[in-house]
Ligand binder design. Structure first.
Ligand SMILES: NC(=O)c1ccc[n+]([C@@H]2O[C@H](COP(=O)([O-])OP(=O)(O)OC[C@H]3O[C@@H](n4cnc5c(N)ncnc54)[C@H](O)[C@@H]3O)[C@@H](O)[C@H]2O)c1
Ligand SMILES: O=C(O)C(=O)C[C@@H](O)[C@H](O)[C@H](O)COP(=O)(O)O
Ligand SMILES: [Zn+2]
Length: 393
């Protein structure tokens, strides 16, 4: 527990969140705005309309959202040498020539220490220095591991993320969380390393398989539940448009979800308190994902985790019946899972225990007291945890 924090209060954590975040060095500031590369606000770039969303914090940066956002990449790279980190199976035409390519196994298999160690050897052999740059191109697994490679090489070089999945655009590429998995669970090793920029080019979603789009919508809906109920209304009104990569509805959902994330991480990069709200549904979600050895996609697991935690909050007398029920209604409307009974509760318990929000042996859940009113449920009794699990049966 951090010095000065009173146990069981969120007040103390929120105070730390707003105040004393460490301001680190910034060896990659030169990769920020290159004159002429990016304008602010909204405007046509590279053939589409691109919106700039600014992220505050120790090392502020911009997220460019829209078709054509990729056109900003050469201006961001400038004269730097680039290590392109991407899944071997994913080819994206880029407007730059990388000096080096770090090719990853597909999906979650990339988030291992062996993959990171191999990348370090490549960077060493190529003589990468602090004026060089990592560019990640891929989904959340790629931005997580590529971000971690950048964070650890020479204790931190610059990274630009080009997310190519919906989930990467609305969540993983923004906010500086990087990481890899261990046998004990998800993302147990990592760092906070803010990118120099994030380019969310919606045109890249055209080739994304539908199940991956669906998975990404879980994190979009998460933002709706914890902060922006308009997201929920948009999906309720037009669930099919939400699943169409070319639709303005999906573009608005991406924009809204990135704004939620930007606002939260801009106020609390290192998860002193406020940032925990972005972990809504993740305590049980990560447990299911890890238990399944990643057979359940991240967004699918978060969907199940949100249904679970809504029921937990309902049973704890914190959330009303209708808002709890709205979770499964919305998630299933876009094809996300709301039922899962592959494992008994006791097999998930060890994974719940390594959740990073836990303090000592005490589990802490992000719950809703109402829509867009997240709170914490600290140390619920085992009987309640098991009773809530019935909702997934
Ligand atoms: N750092 C964070 O804040 C954060 C936030 C949310 C999730 N995550 C992490 O993100 C990961 C999940 O990310 P994900 O859902 O993007 O999965 P992913 O990175 O595994 O990508 C899913 C699949 O889509 C393929 N793909 C990617 N882009 C494509 C495209 N444009 N066209 C066709 N195929 C494409 C990938 O090769 C992969 O097979 C998890 O590891 C999760 O823990 C991190
Ligand atoms: O950005 C955050 O903070 C989040 O919690 C976003 C989550 O969607 C994401 O899955 C994150 O990687 C989970 O973080 P972790 O600290 O629980 O590993
Ligand atoms: Zn997540």
């Amino acid at each position: 527990m951090a010095a000065g924090q009173r146990p069981g209060t969120d007040e103390a954590a929120d105070r730390r969140a707003s105040g004393d975040l460490p301001v680190g060095g910034d060896p990659y500031r030169r990769h920020r705005r290159t004159p002429g590369a990016r304008g602010g606000g909204r405007g046509p770039r590279g053939g589409g309309t691109v919106t700039t969303i600014h992220v505050n914090g120790p090392a502020p940066y911009d997220v460019e959202v829209g078709s054509g956002a990729l056109a900003a990449l050469p201006g961001l790279v400038g004269e730097a040498r680039v290590a392109l980190v991407r899944p071997a199976s994913l080819t994206v035409e880029l407007p730059i020539e990388p000096a080096l390519e770090v090719r990853l196994p597909d999906g979650e298999a990339a988030k291992t220490v062996e993959v990171v160690a191999a990348a370090w050897e490549q960077l060493g052999a190529a003589g990468f220095t602090r004026s060089d740059l990592v560019v990640t191109v891929g989904g959340g697994a790629t931005t997580d591991v590529g971000g971690f490679i950048a964070a650890t090489w020479l204790r931190g070089i610059g990274v630009v993320h080009v997310p190519t999945t919906l989930l990467g655009m609305v969540d993983a590429a923004v906010g500086g969380k990087t990481g890899i998995n261990t046998a004990a669970g998800k993302n147990l090793v990592g760092s906070f390393h803010e990118p120099a920029a994030v380019l969310c080019d919606l045109a890249l979603l055209a080739t994304l398989p539908r199940e991956e789009l669906v998975s990404g919508l879980a994190e979009v809906l998460k933002c709706g539940f914890v902060a922006d109920p308009e997201i929920l209304r948009l999906v309720e009104d037009q669930p099919q448009a939400a699943l169409d990569p070319a639709s303005p509805v999906l573009a608005e959902l991406v924009d809204r979800a990135v704004r939620v994330k930007a606002e939260v991480v801009g106020a609390d990069l290192k998860e002193g308190g406020l940032r925990e709200v972005l972990n809504y549904g993740h305590t049980m979600g990560h447990a299911i994902e890890s238990w399944s050895r990643f057979g359940v996609r991240h967004g699918e697991a978060v969907s199940l985790g949100m249904v679970y935690v809504a029921e937990l909050a309902r049973l704890a007398g914190r959330l009303d019946d209708d808002t709890a029920a709205r979770h499964a209604q919305l998630l299933s409307a876009v094809g996300l899972p709301t039922r899962w009974h592959d494992a008994p509760y006791e097999e998930l318990a060890p994974y719940l225990a390594v959740d990073k929000k836990s303090r000592g042996g005490t589990l802490r859940f992000v719950v809703l007291d109402a829509l867009a009113e997240p709170g914490r449920l600290v140390g619920p009794p085992r009987e309640l945890l098991e009773a809530a699990y019935e909702v997934l049966a």
